[in-house]
Design a protein around this ligand. Structure first.
Ligand code: WTA
Length: 624
């Protein structure tokens, strides 16, 4: 069996798969990994050299130069933009030359804060071409959040646009960059490349700002691809953890691309000629691996949609599928639920007969949404593929495979090739057979993150110390009688809001930085559309009383500190929070109250003051 071979002989298996790429200098070593907490080290193809951009672009010119690499659908209905591999090559080389002219060199960091426009893909690939490490920041993050990321990675260059468009709304990206760069901590950015997209009004700093079109028009269309060691970093992507600031997840060049390309082919049954559409924003890992790197490494046609697939209305999704003969749709459960809420009618006017795979990722999919996706969007004919993975894993880890339809709504089912999942109890003992526990991975796969930018110790601490010798995913899972995995959700303080991953600790520290807030506790709470919503408990400083004005002020404050992605759904003012005698907030209780499950609060006798519980229940704000 192929799976058995992949986990028993990883060197042979992955050595073979890696041949799908062009190596400037071939590798002899395949896997060199230690999960020992004393010495965590992850290396794949470590003596090989390649260039990721060359593999995603130049390699396809010989036979497929005129093939469409990118189909771009604008936010509002209008002509799509089609970009061939030849044009992609020209755009990427010009931008790469322009970046070099601005002094960007191999190993430098480049922050990309762009909307979903082809220039976002050009920018990522241009970085890869010259060996610069990109860090894409989602446009839904605020100037504060952007500043934190730029500062942490020490970016030399920022690439942005005047404004982004999403569902008809304007996002003032350049304005946000100006605000971020005004932060006193930031001293590394020498230039900002600005794409004129909406032509909205913006401030201009002649010393620092560079016009994208002017730069690329005058730059050379020749730019040699830098030979990169397989272990040289390709990108940093910040993601939320259960504690502290967002973590800079670092991915490699060789192993990452092998895994992204191979998983894209197998998980989505990619065939030459397919039109493949992943709706994720390039600001998230799904966008990195399955809008950009996986599909382009395979020479696919990748469809990119600037805005929301339900804008101007719900018929847009089906129209785009029919117009471009989309064969694979990859989206998030949250989007499926939003469509489902509007009913089947918007799908009556489109055929969607080309769809063969309809996939999801990012959060657990509830069976009702799974069935609706299968029956309505896929007309009962396309296979639903529920993929479990993480920013840290680089690519899909647990997934059904096309053609092996087990029809289990809500189950991610089986490990992908080369992936060794295990369930362990809280003491780290392996749970065999059917059961539920912490989901860990016992051996490495090429797409695994290599470290946290600038903080290897935190990397080891976060992922390898809870269950020494194993990668700890932070998710819980159940395994059924057939050995299929059902992801049950995070076991830590990370929440998943509309498929966007947020740390409750991040939101809490933003709140307590507000002058009127004494204390704050943030929990996830079931939300019909978003999967999880953000429920906040705050106690105010002396002299301030709860009011609708303070409520709104705090909501706006979180949006300003972190961004609209972290917009609170419910804010409850509390006189006190439930704490143990040692002063630790008992979030378990707060989660239950937020979810209206106050009959399941469990033991509250260890609280310093159990009387706070009925007060909190009485004042709860989610009375759904
Ligand atoms: C959750 C997104 C259930 C999980 C690719 C994980 C899922 C976190 C699934 C990672 C799924 C992702 N079923 N839960 N199919 N896919 N998750 O880093 O909690 O943005 O740890 O990567 O999303 O989110 P991230």
């Amino acid at each position: 069996m192929e799976y058995a071979r992949s986990v028993q002989s990883p060197n042979a298996y992955w050595g073979e798969q890696a041949k799908r790429l062009h190596w400037i200098k071939p590798f002899y070593s395949v896997k060199n990994v230690s999960f020992d907490p004393e010495n965590v080290s992850i290396r794949w193809f470590e003596d090989g050299y390649l260039n990721v951009c060359e593999n995603c672009v130049d390699r396809h010119l010989a036979n497929n130069a005129d093939k469409t690499a990118i189909i771009w659908e604008p936010d509002s209905i209008g002509a799509p933009r089609l970009i061939s591999y030849r044009e992609l090559h020209d755009e990427v080389c010009r931008l790469a030359s322009g970046m070099k002219a601005l002094g960007v060199r191999k190993g430098d960091r480049v922050a990309i804060y762009l909307p979903m426009i082809p220039e976002a893909i050009f920018s990522m690939l241009a970085c890869a071409r010259i060996g610069a490490i990109h860090s894409v920041v989602f446009g839904g993050f605020s100037p504060e959040a952007l500043a934190g990321r730029i500062e942490d990675c020490g970016a030399k260059l920022v690439i942005t646009a005047d404004e982004g468009l999403r569902g008809g709304r304007c996002i003032p990206l350049k304005h946000n960059v100006d605000a971020a760069l005004a932060h006193p901590g930031i001293s590394t950015v020498s230039h900002v490349i600005v794409m004129r997209h909406t032509h909205g009004e913006i401030q201009w700093n002649d010393q620092r700002d560079v016009d994208y079109q002017a730069l690329t028009r005058s730059a050379s269309p020749d730019c040699a691809a830098e030979p990169m060691n397989a272990e040289d970093p390709l990108f940093i992507l910040y993601t939320s953890g259960s504690t502290g600031k967002p973590k800079g997840v670092l991915h490699s060049s060789g192993g990452y691309l092998v895994y992204a390309a191979y998983s894209h082919e197998r998980v989505f049954d990619y065939q030459p000629g397919d039109v493949y559409w992943c709706t994720a924003d390039v600001g998230w890992i799904t966008g990195h691996s399955y809008v950009v790197y996986g599909p382009l490494a395979n020479g696919a046609t990748t469809l990119m949609c600037e805005g929301l697939p339900n804008y101007p209305d719900e018929t847009r999704l089906g129209e785009i599928i029919d117009t471009h003969n989309v064969s694979t749709l990859y989206t998030a459960p949250t989007a499926i639920r939003a469509f489902m809420a509007k009913g089947d009618a918007p799908f009556r006017d489109s055929r969607r007969s080309t769809l063969k795979i309809i996939a999801t990722a990012g959060e657990p999919i509830n069976p009702a949404a799974w069935n609706w996706y299968h029956d309505v969007v896929g007309r009962g004919q396309a296979q639903v593929i529920d993929t479990w993975w993480q920013t840290e894993t680089g690519g899909v880890m647990i997934t059904p495979l096309p053609g092996v339809d087990r029809h289990k709504p809500g189950a991610a089912t089986q490990p992908f090739f080369g992936v060794c999942p295990q369930l362990v109890d809280n003491e780290g003992h392996e749970i065999e057979g059917p059961g539920e526990g912490n989901l860990v991975i016992t051996d490495s796969w090429p797409g695994q993150m290599r470290t946290l930018w600038g903080d290897h110790e935190r990397f080891v601490q976060t992922y390898f110390s809870a269950f020494p010798g194993k990668y700890c995913s932070g998710d819980g899972a159940r395994r059924d009688e057939q050995g299929d995995y059902w992801i049950t959700g995070r076991v830590d303080d990370v929440i998943n809001v509309a498929g966007h991953r947020l740390g409750t600790a991040e939101i809490e520290s933003a709140l307590v930085a507000h002058g009127k807030v004494a204390e704050a506790a943030v929990v996830g709470c079931p939300h019909d559309l978003k999967g999880q919503g953000i429920y906040i408990y705050v106690t105010l400083n002396q002299g301030f009383l709860p009011s609708p004005e303070i409520h709104e002020e705090l909501r706006q404050w979180v949006r300003k500190e972190i961004g609209p992605v972290a917009s609170p759904d419910w804010i409850q003012f509390a006189r006190d929070l439930p704490k143990t005698r040692s002063g630790k907030i008992m979030r378990r209780i707060l989660r239950k109250i937020a979810a209206n499950e106050f009959d399941q609060l469990g033991d509250v006798s260890t609280l310093a003051d159990p009387a706070v519980v009925p007060q909190l229940v009485d004042a709860r704000v989610n009375r759904a």
